[in-house]
Structure formats: C-alpha cells, structure tokens
Write a protein that binds this ligand. Structure first.
Ligand SMILES: Cc1cc2nc3c(=O)[nH]c(=O)nc-3n(C[C@H](O)[C@H](O)[C@H](O)COP(=O)(O)OP(=O)(O)OC[C@H]3O[C@@H](n4cnc5c(N)ncnc54)[C@H](O)[C@@H]3O)c2cc1C
Length: 385
C-alpha cells in the first residue's frame, strides 16, 4: 500500500491549484459573490478547465478526453472551489454519459464544443415531484414520426440556466412493475428552445441551479441515448464516480476552514496567551484536521476502487456521506474557534458554511447513501420490496 502521491499526481494537483489561482479565482473575485455568474464568465472558466483536460477527464485521449484515472481527476477536482467543481462535474459527467451512449457521428456532432469549453451542458433527472427515486420520473417522451416529443419539468439542475445542451431523463412508459422505463435524450437549446428559471439558494451563490420546462419539445430520433430502459444503469455508473468527488468538494471547503482556524489560533490572544496555546482550542484544531484527513482518504479510496474495477457502490456512498457531514461539522468548529469573528461576512467562513450545506443533497442524500451502503452490506434492498 502506498499513501504518498506519485510525482505525476503531485504535478497534476499543483497544475489545478495554479490554474485556479491564475485563471479562475480572478473571474470569481471580479463578480458579485451572491449572484450567479454571467454565462460569459462561466465559459471563461470552462475554457481554462479544458486546458487541464478535465472537461472530459473520463474520456480516452484518442477521443479528445483527459484519459485520467478517477483518482487523478479527484486530486485536481479537490483544488477547485465547489462553485466551480460542482458545475464542472455536471458538465463533464454529462459529456461522459453522451460519449458512452451515442454513435461516433453524434459524438462528433455534440462533443467538440463541450470539450473545449465553448458550450456548457448538464443532466436533468430531478423533477418537482421526483428526487431520490429517479425511477418515478414523470417527464414523458413519445415518438411522433422521426421525432421524439418531450413534455415535463426538471428542477434543481446544475448549469441549466446557462446550458447549451441538456441530457434529459424521460419516461417512455411503465414497465412490468409500473416503474418508469427511463430513456435519456439530448436537447440542443439552439435547435429546441426551452424555458429555464433560476432558483436562488443558501450557498454556491455564484453557481446556477434552476428548472427547465419542456412543453412538447421536439428532438430528432437520433438524439436518444443508449437503449430503452438502460438509463438507470448508466446513472448508477456515473453517480458512483460523482459521490467521492462531491466529498472532495467538501474537503476543499473544510481544508480552507482548517487553515483559517490554525492561523487565527496563532494570532488571537486571550488570558494573556495565544488561544492556540489553550488545550481545548488545540482539541478543536485536532478534530478539524481529523475530519479533513479521514474524509479525504475515504474519497481517494473510493475513487481508487473505481479505477481498480472493484464494485464501488458502498465505498462511494460511504465516502460522500461521511465527508459531507464530517466536513460540515469541521467548518462549524472552525467558526467557533474564531469566536464572534467566525460568523462575520468579512472573514468568509460563513460562506464556506453555507456552501457545504448544499453538498449532502445532490447525487444521493445522506439517507439514500446510507441505504445504498446498507444494501451492499446485507444484500437486502430497503428501497423497494
Ligand atoms: C447543489 C445541488 C445540485 C444538484 N444538481 C442536480 C443536477 O445537476 N441534476 C439533477 O437531476 N438533480 C440535481 N440536484 C437535485 C438532487 O439530485 C435532488 O435534490 C436529490 O436527489 C434529492 O431529491 P429531493 O430534493 O426531491 O428530495 P426528496 O427525494 O423528496 O427527499 C426528501 C427527504 O426525504 C429523504 N428520503 C427520501 N427517500 C427516502 C428513503 N427511502 N428513506 C429515507 N429517507 C428518504 C431524503 O433523504 C430527504 O431528506 C441537485 C441538488 C442540489 C442541492
């Protein structure tokens, strides 16, 4: 077993950190911290990420992708602020899904602009009445000649208000158990316009979470992805990779909180001594560091399991659930270590606290992840009899 990063892994991590400092942080800083970024700013960020190969890290290099292991991608992903990394994940895993499920011709049609960061994409599964149980989607697709007609509403979709293309999960009709037969379709916004609306949220406020309405939207038959009914399998494959990535987004935030708390403990004086010299403050710092380190290692472990080809349903669910809750507590403790200063907007810790609160929800809530891990442990499905 090897715990140290290889030289290549260190270089990749440094490259992502440097790219963030040089090309991404200035874009974020130039805009209102509480308003969604203009599309032009997001395109600038995606074009920068394309230089690192992480707009399509899961695709082979021969197809224009980064050809990266999930662990290598995770090491770079961790260096980005979540308002960027969560947008990137939505974009790049949509690319991976399209690449895996369509023809060579369609790859050429859809992917080059997305890989280069000239266009933005996303995946819409969640609906107003359908969240944790995607097999109940109500957005309907019916065939009409050589077109497919989509009717329904998608909600809580990352990037949707600024996307050029969306991969929509639809129901083709009930299966033998009465559940939706899922089918995924590509909708290109310039050819099939659809309405979107932004949803303002507690955290990740420079990001884009929104809803989309498909009112008998027509796409060519050819825009259907994969085979009828296999969308659930494809979603599971990408979710397994996404979950430890969301965990690493939490680690990014908690590491920043740890750095701030450690610095403050070395400066702030109470009772005639630096607060870092008080034993209980040292315990706070030790607890925060333990949360960051254990979360990071679990996420790396789950990503490495995927790279090794092991079944990762349990480890990736465990990594995301653990990391998002341990890091949320760690940020709260870092705020507490700052006394009243911890809740000030000036310091910025309160923003980390709001941002991390967003992360236990996408790609499986903590309850859902617990049941996935439980199913792996027992072989018993607690979702449906
Ligand atoms: C930042 C962010 C980004 C997102 N991005 C996307 C995206 O790009 N695309 C997309 O399609 N969706 C996206 N979502 C939506 C997300 O996937 C859903 O919000 C999530 O799946 C939960 O669905 P819900 O909100 O409808 O909650 P519900 O499913 O209604 O759940 C409500 C509560 O009930 C609990 N619950 C549900 N079922 C069970 C059960 N069997 N046992 C115990 N408890 C249960 C849940 O854990 C939760 O606490 C995003 C959400 C957020 C916050």
């Amino acid at each position: 077993m090897e715990f140290a990063l290889t030289q290549d892994q260190q270089m990749m991590r440094e490259a992502a950190r440097a790219l963030h400092e040089r090309e991404i942080a200035p874009v974020l800083a130039a805009h209102d911290a509480d308003a969604s970024l203009p599309k032009a700013a997001m395109l600038k960020i995606f074009a920068a990420l394309a230089k690192l190969g992480i707009t399509a890290p899961r695709l082979p290099e021969r197809d224009g992708g980064g050809g990266l292991s999930m662990l290598a991608y995770g090491l770079m992903f961790e260096q980005l602020p979540p308002v960027v990394s969560i947008a990137l994940m939505s974009h790049e895993c949509t690319i991976a899904r399209i690449w895996a499920e369509t023809t060579a011709e369609n790859r050429q049609r859809f992917l080059p602009d997305l890989l280069a960061g000239r266009k933005i994409c996303c995946t819409g599964t969640t609906e107003p009445d359908v969240g944790s149980d995607p097999r109940s989607v109500k957005t309907r697709v019916v065939r009409d000649g050589d077109e497919l007609v989509i009717t329904g509403r998608k909600m809580w979709i990352t990037n949707v208000t600024i996307c050029d293309l969306i991969n929509v999960s639809c129901d083709e009709g009930p299966d033998a158990r009465g559940l939706a037969t899922l089918r995924r379709l590509v909708v290109e916004r310039d050819k099939t316009p659809f309405e979107t609306r932004e949803i303002r949220t507690l955290g990740l406020r420079q990001g884009h979470l929104g809803e989309a309405l498909f009112d008998a939207a027509r796409v060519p038959l050819d825009n259907a992805l994969g085979n009828s009914g296999d969308a659930a399998r494809m979603l599971t494959l990408t979710w397994n990779g996404n979950r430890p990535l969301v965990g690493l987004a939490a680690v990014h935030l908690a590491q920043r909180a740890l750095d701030l708390a450690r610095d403050y403990a070395g400066l702030r004086v109470q009772f005639g001594t630096k607060i870092g010299g008080h034993q209980l403050i040292q315990k706070n710092l030790a607890d925060i560091e333990t949360a960051v380190m254990t979360s990071r290692l679990l996420c790396y472990y789950a990503l490495d399991a995927i790279d090794r080809g092991d079944r990762a349903n349990g480890s990736s669910a465990m990594a995301k659930r653990y990391a998002t809750s341990a890091c949320e507590q760690a940020i709260s403790l870092a705020m507490h270590t700052h006394g009243a200063m911890g809740i000030s907007e000036e310091l910025g810790l309160e923003r980390l606290y709001r941002d991390i609160r967003m992360l236990p929800i996408p790609d499986g809530t903590n309850e859902i992840l617990t049941l996935i891990q439980g199913r792996e442990l027992t072989g018993i499905d607690a979702f449906r009899a």
